[in-house]
Unconditional design. Structure first.
Length: 70
């Protein structure tokens, strides 16, 4: 996968997250963006990971399954 495609997808997701929130101040914005990043990078299922969360994928890979269930 090309990096530009991945960055474009991530940028679109980030923009949608920003569009869904109103920020009262800079601290509020930082808090909400940090929460979104945590969800996006750890809790949300990813199609590239066969619709597993990154945490589930990592556990499967650590168990010797290369991250995907066959």
């Amino acid at each position: 996968m090309e990096n530009g495609y991945l960055e474009s997808s991530t940028d679109a997701s980030a923009m949608s997250a920003l569009n869904e929130n109103w920020f009262t101040d800079l601290a509020d914005a930082r808090e909400k963006i940090a929460e979104w990043k945590q969800d996006y990078n750890q809790a949300r299922p990813h199609s590239a990971l066969d619709y597993h969360t990154p945490e589930e994928f990592a556990k499967t890979a650590a168990a010797g399954g290369c991250g995907k269930q066959l």
